[in-house]
Design a protein around this ligand. Structure first.
Ligand code: GLP
Length: 531
């Protein structure tokens, strides 16, 4: 695959239009495969100008469009029929009888597909195929799947495509659920292919095009086996480095990620004031910019993000537009999200749940935090969405929570709660091993409770069993509410591994997948980089 890297969308459109026009000049009777979507619009605009100025003549060409929603009326203003008319056909000297778009109105889609495929063959096959690319790697409407249908066929759209294309409709509900699309074999039989990609939302899939892998779950990667494909993409879509920043109460972590490869990790102490924190981020970014092609910054911050500002309790942030401040001082596009959400994103992209689309991360620490990932994206992070530590598990005599409620899960399932319960039990059982350890150390911790458990202390066992009950009750609620593919547990105590997980699993439904984070405290900065 040849790659042409352009400065921006306009340059990409200009280059693509140049190649398109050259094809027609060399062969005025060319059969052209056309694409829809927002990406080729700029190229079509340029071609219209070239046609008007007499540089290119469309009178001899035959066209076949890649796809069409199904069912859809031709005159629907979101049909690809209307799209082609508005964006190209009604502005150029093309013979409309020689333009073809799958018929979204047909009563017999199977027959329509067969005929469409036959017409392409009868026309002599496609000389030049233009392609855009979906955020999930689809081409035409060939969605990710274990085995891809080869020829023109009726297909169901994935939820992620419906969501991505909802921007053109009133709502996601209006997006047709099916489409007729050329198949992968139809596309691959084109003599030449131009693949267009623009914007950061395509950078993940462009990175996949640039590595060696071929994978039906990213259908565009199959193009790597075609002998004549040119990828024309703008800088935003092209692999560049992203900087992830995870601000914690004790330290700030940095991670540089290229595609999905981690290139650099660092950790510095968190300074006291807001200005010093911003200075630290800016200084580190400037340093890293010299070494890596950093194109964007993502920041994970504690606290609640609402209306574009963050307010945190354990940091001096109050209504702070942190992303704007950092963007202004670094000249880099900057996004921010809640730190637990970033960690959850980090888990699904880099951790041991990369095979999942939907996960919930549960962080067991001083409190209980977490993030919810739906379709590999952070679930709406405004206000308190994802604040799973504040699920109420005891309404009657619930323990008081700093949030003002009673009975919040974190008052039972956090490490602080576990230790508090253990101290209570140690005091009530002066002869227990647990109490001996407590007296010896002058305190208890997760690790010290496990020391008592290793010595088979019945008091510690009882506290632990109760703790697991608390943990399980919240996890079960989360599983019921979100139905995730997996729940990932993180935090110091999870380093106990099987000692914690095995007995916990016994208290949970068998088919609920529980994983221990392999990234632990790195998840936040890695996930932030992917914002
Ligand atoms: C649709 C089309 C694809 C197109 C994709 C990307 O799903 N069926 O052919 O490539 O959208 O659209 P955009 O260019 O707007 O990102």
């Amino acid at each position: 695959m040849r790659v042409i890297l352009c400065e921006n969308y306009d340059e990409m459109s200009e280059k693509a239009a140049g190649m398109f026009a050259a094809q027609i000049t060399l062969k005025p009777e060319s059969v052209l495969g056309l694409a829809t979507g927002s990406t080729p619009v700029g190229m079509y605009k340029r071609l219209i100008e070239m046609n008007k100025s007499g540089t290119v003549d469309f009178s001899g060409v035959t066209t076949f469009n890649l796809d069409e929603y199904y069912p859809i009326k031709r005159d629907n203003n979101q049909s690809y029929f209307t799209f082609m008319k508005d964006n190209l056909f009604s502005h150029i000297n093309i013979d409309l009888k020689k333009t073809h778009i799958p018929n979204g109105e047909t009563k017999n889609p199977v027959k329509e597909c067969e005929q469409y495929e036959k017409m392409i063959r009868q026309a002599g096959g496609v000389d030049l195929q233009i392609l855009g690319i979906g955020q999930n790697g689809h081409i035409g409407f060939n969605e990710p799947d274990a085995s891809l249908n080869s020829f023109t066929h009726l297909t169901s759209l994935t939820d992620s495509t419906i969501k991505a294309n909802a921007r053109f409709f009133e709502s996601a509900n209006e997006v047709p659920k099916q489409a007729i699309t050329m198949g992968i074999a139809t596309i691959m039989s084109a003599k030449k292919i131009i693949l267009l990609a623009s914007g950061a939302s395509k950078s993940r899939v462009v990175a996949e095009l640039l590595n060696d892998g071929i994978n039906t779950s990213i259908p565009a990667t199959l193009l790597k086996t075609h002998p004549d494909v040119v990828l024309i993409c703008d800088k935003d879509a092209y692999l560049g480095a992203k900087l992830g920043v995870d601000i914690g109460g004790t330290n700030i972590k940095f991670a540089v990620v290229e595609g999905e490869n981690v290139k650099y990790k660092a950790c510095v102490d968190t300074p006291k004031t807001t200005d010093e924190i911003i200075d630290t981020i800016v200084k580190e970014t400037k340093k890293l910019k010299k070494e890596y092609k950093i194109k964007a910054i993502g920041i994970g911050t504690p606290g609640v993000i609402s209306g574009g500002t963050v307010t945190a309790t354990n940091l001096p942030f109050k209504d702070l537009a942190l992303d704007v401040e950092v963007a202004q001082r670094t000249d880099l596009p900057t996004n921010m999200d809640n730190d637990a959400n970033c960690a959850a994103l980090g888990e699904v992209i880099f951790g041991n749940t990369t095979d999942c689309d939907n996960i919930v991360l549960v962080t067991l620490g001083t409190g209980v935090g977490g993030g919810v990932i739906v379709n590999r994206q952070i679930m709406a992070s405004n206000k308190s969405a994802g604040e799973i530590g504040h699920i109420i598990i005891d309404m009657k005599d619930g323990r008081e929570c700093a949030c003002g409620e009673k009975g919040c899960w974190e008052q039972y399932a956090s490490i602080s709660a576990f230790v508090k319960d253990a101290v209570h039990a140690a005091n009530a059982n002066p002869d227990s091993v647990l109490n001996k350890i407590y007296e010896r150390e002058g305190r208890l911790s997760g690790r010290l409770i496990f020391e008592a458990l290793n010595e088979k202390c019945p008091v510690a066992e009882e506290v632990f069993d109760q703790y697991l009950e608390y943990l399980a009750v919240g996890i079960k609620s989360i599983a019921m509410a979100f139905g995730p593919d997996a729940i990932v547990l993180a935090g110091g105590i999870t380093k106990e591994g099987d000692k914690l997980i095995k007995p916990l699993r016994k208290k949970l439904p068998k088919d609920l997948r529980i994983e221990v984070s392999t990234l632990q405290s790195d998840a936040g900065s890695l996930g932030a980089a992917m914002l």
